[in-house]
Design a protein around this ligand. Sequence first.
Ligand code: FAD
Ligand code: DLZ
Ligand code: SF4
Length: 509
Amino acid sequence: MNLRFILGDQLNLKISSLSDIDMKADVIFMCEVWDEASYVKHHKKKISFIFSAMRHFAQELKNKGYNVHYTTLKDPENTGSFKSEVQRIVHTYKPFKVIVTEPSEYRVLTDMKKWNLHIPVEIRSDGRFLCSHKEFEHWANGRKQMKMEYFYREMRKKYSILMEDDKPVGGKWNYDSENRKPPKEKLNIPQTYTSEPDNITNDVIKLVSENFSNHFGDIDPFYFAITREQALHALEKFIQERLISFGDYQDAMIQNEPWMYHSHLSFYINCGLLLPLECVQAAEHAYNEGKAPLNAVEGFIRQIIGWREYVRGIYWLKMPDYEQSNFLEAKRTLPHFFWGEETQMNCLRQCIKETKENAYAHHIQRLMVLGNFSLIAGLDPDEVNEWYMIVYADAYQWVELPNVTGMILFADGGFLGSKPYAASGSYINKMSNYCKGCRYKVSKKNGPDACPFNYLYWDFLIRNEDKLCRNHRLSMMYKTLGRMEDDKVQAIKEDSRRFLKMLDNNEKV
Ligand code: FAD
Ligand code: DLZ
Ligand code: SF4
């Protein structure tokens, strides 16, 4: 017999480690382990979600007649780590070999390769991803700088998605220019998918409340899908109700509207309840049926077969060095308000509040509010990475790290993206209604009432001039800076120095 080991983000019957299972003889092993739940202090909702989804998947396997051995966190025999748990179970069942699908994270794979079990450990590639490591390496080979757009076109062709022969449907590959509508006041945003916790989920919620009370985040209310059936329902609901406006309002933010027209499917795709290709095909089908416009469908599909595969490719291409990247030598400690303390900056206050409640923020909140601030305030990449790993229920290092180190912090020196996503308050004001409820004035450039994003933006360019001034995508900004009056530059530096000092002293900003 063989032992089939399934990790918490591999919850799918089609996972490669199950492909040739002998139902009668083989044992499927899953475990909740303390090491994994606490190597960073994951958001309580994230742990609850993963444990509940794991328990439901184990139940589904048992109902289908598989032999399943499942260790719960509080099982008296639980030894606390993947390695020691697999050792223990191998000792019990004496399998011929252990079969596992490649862990999504470098940390876990490296550890697994060092396991000394005295039997073979067969590590299979993860067929859920649409681009293999080899294929990505081949595509990236010889390129000094990556470009997601070109990678994305290859993926469209490979999977024949939104294609008419060898041409993109509609004549263009990318409809992003149509996807930047500012928010309207009275948008009728549908409710997102919710489900009532069942007994299994309630047990998990109790377990997490009792054992992880010092972790960030709210458990209640808990409403995520935790079975494949529910996740398929969430996908269906997105396709029917939100996809139509996904493109138009993709970059928009509205106070107290955490979900907007996004899909909220990343939790389910990343842990295996949904397959990326089925989400893409559902959106393409909606387009073919005339139920959603091309700008929305193409935009959604690009996020999955483009960005998602691209960041994963970069992660495996660049690890382990990528983790150490700090091109801009940013050192500032993460401000306390990231953990929910008060800040007077309304945009940050709202995004952090919603993150605490939902273990979710949509892309533009992560990128242009939280990420933009982290970049222009010069926050330490290690601390920012740890925060993003902790707070989002969809966070695994393969997807979190490239988005933080590469996309928001430019800490990889421009390998993933060609320019830093730095912006002043006017971007946030254009794309949200946060500024209306803010103590700072977005129209003011300097002084104690000015929006901090306004002076920090220029100060960021000044502070990093030697590293960024040759970036041709920033040349306009450096020209504008060069033309600025001296007293204006002094005011920017002075305001930034004052603000950053308050931040360092943990004073309320
Ligand atoms: P939608 O807006 O509906 O997009 C559809 C799908 O596209 C997502 O479900 C996701 O699977 C994929 N996608 C979109 N953008 C990206 C991207 N940049 N990288 C990878 N996949 C993408 N995504 C994670 O899954 N886990 C993370 O830990 C994570 N950390 C992020 C950190 C930062 C700083 C930034 C800027 C982005 C991060 N993202 C992460 C990407 C993106 O913000 C989330 O995938 C998205 O917000 C999830 O919400 P959604 O399902 O409603 O996405
Ligand atoms: C995120 C997570 C947590 C919190 N706990 C577990 C766990 O106890 N058992 C498990 O199998 N998986 C867990 N996960 C998901 C893993 O972190 C994820 O599967 C690996 O990191 C992938 O490399
Ligand atoms: Fe954020 Fe500045 Fe707007 Fe306040 S004024 S919400 S700090 S962008």
